[in-house]
Design a protein around this ligand. Structure first.
Ligand code: PEP
Ligand code: MG
Length: 562
């Protein structure tokens, strides 16, 4: 009998075998318009009590959680306590509905407001949906917990997972996450990468598998195999054993099989993440997103405040490369003190370097702080500018960085214009770093925040790969380093393609480092070039991925055991 397969987006390259267990809370019935039988006053009391219970639960969970999760949970508790939310509930109850319905509607109204306000806020909107589910569960007298621990390891199946759910899960029991919704940037995917848990997201159809169904979750192939036969199981076990052997090999510097170095660097958003990155084998930092430090600041940060944050990161990497990006304000990352006023289309507006040039004092202060942090530490500081579109901008910012006393200056390649004339751009600066997230957005004219065009946001698209190859070729011709610091670098097979296109360093969320290191070590530079060539020759993103997979399989080292 043909084994049933479900297709999704694999996160990383892991593979596991185990029984399905469904998250149950989300399956509850949505509140209806049924009229209240106890009156608005009593319903308001119920709503108030339920919201307080949710908030208290979140705060208790926050206390026991790690730092990053704690911040998220505390922010969620604050949302639940927002007086405007209760006002919304009270207004809803005036029409005679139940507390369940009024609470769900008030949360939905809040979420709709946030969903349009930029990526940072859109994530908070997703949190509100979860808080709403939680409050309704309390009102309906159901458990707010996601699963009842079955006492054995399991494959957790859910629509999507929220931070408040995963904060209390015993993750040691979870073999894999499989979600029917969500994409590679969902909380589920982020958590899976952070914790090294096998995951498949966007796997429609998984919700129909009964609890206890045996499955193979194969992230590398983006598949769930349902009720596998003996041959499938033996294949999976062999691949699991091979991966364990590869992972237990000592983590040296990133390199292809023939020894060609490909530096493996970390993407950081906060100084506190530096230590973990070192532990996970980062050879330095390829992207420190400085604007993340100031997303909540009303005023420009002082030189001293900035120096302290930069010093903390640089100190964690003595003798190593640390690439710091100048503030990238605008569009999905608005900074109150730097972003321009209303713009119809902020992704095409005064963002990144354009915003910095309009507020030169902010630029100068940041450069002063970076130079001071550099002088106080032993890391090798490189500084680069975001959203560079022209050679003139490249010249301007390279000069500004050098004049601040920082010897290595570079630009991000996020706009097709600079990729297309990368030779002329690299002639004016010391290095380039390709931001594939924005480069894909601008190449495909597909907003990276918009779910409805998410399918176009795929860095495997041959148009994006061709731009990368232009930059790689310009780097090789000029002898200047070309890195990739977008999400593409964290995809183990795409990493090989990027190396084949001439990219000399890859920067990613630290948890992806190990899978990428293993993947690179399987292929020589000749293999990588052949795999890249196959991907470049495709016409669609999905075909490029498949062509690369097929080309990789023909190299003896890359062959996935049959
Ligand atoms: C990118 O655009 O690929 C990038 C690395 O920058 P960010 O994701 O922060 O915009
Ligand atoms: Mg970017």
């Amino acid at each position: 009998m043909e084994v049933q397969e479900l297709v999704g987006v694999g996160i990383g390259t892991g593979i596991v075998v185990g029984p399905v267990l469904h998250a149950s809370r989300q399956a509850a019935a949505a509140p209806t318009d049924a009229a209240s039988t106890i009156g608005a006053e009593a319903e308001l009391d119920r709503a108030r009590t339920a919201l307080a219970a949710v908030s208290q639960q979140l705060r208790e969970r926050a206390e026991a959680a790690d730092e990053a999760t704690r911040d998220v949970l505390e922010a969620q508790a604050l949302m639940t306590e927002d007086p405007a939310l209760l006002d919304g509930v009270e207004a809803g109850l005036a029409s005679g509905v139940t507390a369940e319905k009024a609470v769900a509607d008030a949360f939905a109204e809040f979420a709709a407001l946030l969903a349009d306000a930029g990526e940072y806020f859109a994530e908070r909107a997703a949190d509100l949906h979860d808080l709403s589910d939680r409050a309704v569960a309390v009102l309906q007298g159901r458990s707010t917990d996601l699963v009842v621990d079955p006492g054995h390891p399991y494959v957790l199946v859910a629509r999507d997972l929220a931070p408040a759910d995963t904060a209390v899960l015993d993750l040691d029991r979870v073999l894999a996450f499989v979600t029917s919704e969500g994409g590679p940037t969902s909380h589920t995917a982020i958590l899976a990468r952070q914790r090294g848990i096998v995951a498949l997201v966007g796997a429609g159809g998984v919700e129909s598998l009964p609890d206890g169904t045996q499955v193979i979750v194969d992230a590398e192939r983006g598949r769930v195999f349902v009720d596998p036969d003996a041959a499938e199981l033996a294949d999976a076990e062999a691949r699991i054993a091979a991966r364990e052997a590869e992972a237990s090999a000592p983590a040296g510097p990133g390199a292809l099989a023939d020894g060609t170095p490909v530096k493996l660097l970390a993407n950081l958003g906060k100084p506190g993440e530096a230590k973990g990155a070192v532990e996970m084998g980062a050879e330095g930092v390829g992207l420190f997103r400085t604007e993340f430090l100031f997303l909540d600041s009303a005023d420009a940060p002082t030189v001293e405040e900035q120096t302290e944050s930069y010093r903390e990161v640089l100190e964690a990497f003595p003798g190593k490369r640390v690439v710091v990006r100048l503030l990238d304000a605008g569009a999905d990352k608005p900074l109150a003190f730097l972003s321009p006023g209303e713009e119809e289309n902020p992704a095409l507006g005064k963002r990144g370097l354009r915003a910095l040039r309009a507020s030169e004092q902010v630029l100068q202060d940041q450069l002063t702080a970076l130079a001071a942090a550099d002088a106080a530490t032993d890391a090798e500081l490189w500084v680069m500018a975001p959203m560079v579109a022209t050679v003139e901008e490249t010249r301007f910012v390279t000069r500004a960085i050098h004049e601040a006393g920082i010897p290595v200056a570079g630009v991000m390649v996020e706009i097709p214009s600079v990729a297309l004339i990368a030779d002329r751009v690299l002639a004016q600066t010391d290095f380039a770093s390709i931001g594939t997230n924005d480069l894909t957005q601008y190449t495909m004219a597909a907003d990276r925040q918009l779910g409805s065009v998410a399918a176009l946001q795929d860095p495997w698209h041959p148009a994006v790969l061709r731009l990368v190859s232009e930059v790689g070729a310009a780097g090789a011709a000029s002898g200047k380093p070309v890195g990739v610091c977008g999400e593409a670098a964290a995809d183990p097979l795409l990493a090989v393609v990027l190396a084949g296109l001439g990219v000399t360093s890859l920067s990613m969320s630290p948890t992806a480092l190990s899978d990428v290191r293993v993947s690179l070590a399987r292929y020589s530079m000749d293999d990588a070039r052949a795999i890249a060539h196959a991907a470049l020759a495709a016409s669609e993103a999905a075909d490029a991925r498949e062509a690369a997979r097929a080309a990789a399989d023909t190299t003896t080292a890359g062959k996935i055991p049959a």
